[in-house]
Unconditional design. Sequence first.
Length: 270
Amino acid sequence: MALTMPDTSAWLAEDVGSGDVTTTALIDQDQTCKAVVLAKETGVICGLDVAAVVFAELGVRFEPLVAEGSAVEAEPIAEVEGPARGVLTAERVALNLIGRLSGISTLTRRYVDAVAGTGAAILDTRKTTPGLRALEKHAVAVGGGTNHRLGLDDAVLIKDNHLRLAGGISRAVTRARAATDLPVEVEAETLTQVQEAVEAGADTILLDNMTLGELREAVALVAGRAKLEASGGVTLDTVRAIADTGVDFVSVGALTHSARSLDVSLEVLR
């Protein structure tokens, strides 16, 4: 997914309000400084480009010391230099973005490493922070995961509530095929529904909250006629066993809704 850089001015405006009273009171307008951004723990770095945009809005130069997606220890990851007022005012917004996105990338990398060699890809979901979806999905990709749907307009995913209102799997798939050429995915909670989805011609079947035994049966039943996505309560402790059942994808909402922000800080050098 190509990242379109967001308009960060609203985020700065939210933090600054009518003015950074502390910085304005203490720091001369013509004072300059140099500072370093530090990762304070091991992780996968993401968000450098958007942090650069935040600092640039206040005339501050941001120079990454590592590449996006780099695995780092506790170490410097960027330098900033420019008007001291700008450095201090932009600091929190920039660090919040780097911390949040790096946390997602770090957690995603752990899931990707956990299923290495199985052939299964780790997918994200739409369980994202409103307004930050593009950035959070970018962070998943930086961590080695695969983006599922960016929104409701780029694929058909027929879930349980759709099925209740549309009259079942066969009818829902038929109506979806008539309405669009986009790929069609259907959620199945039972092996009977898996069979119905295959017969209806679904491209992908989402296996919702199935046991390992059910997942293996679904893989045998489908026999390559559709892609299979396992979903529901996946954790780092369970993801390897799920991937070993032979599914094509494992979707993990926790990548974006439960990732802990990476600890990052800014320290003025002079």
